[in-house]
Design a protein around this ligand. Sequence first.
Ligand SMILES: [Zn+2]
Length: 58
Amino acid sequence: MEFEEYDFTRNPLVQNQVFYLESKCAFCGFSIVAHSIEELVELEQLHRAACRRSDPAA
Ligand SMILES: [Zn+2]
């Protein structure tokens, strides 16, 4: 799996004793919340593709 320079900033969060992972796109600021690293990686990949499509200058 390849990561671009602008990639995501990941933060582990605990709320009501439930573990979450938050990931923020460093390019557009879009925030993703997932319950597992596998889910987070999948959502990041989806967003990465959408993020590129929405910015013709990238
Ligand atoms: Zn983005």
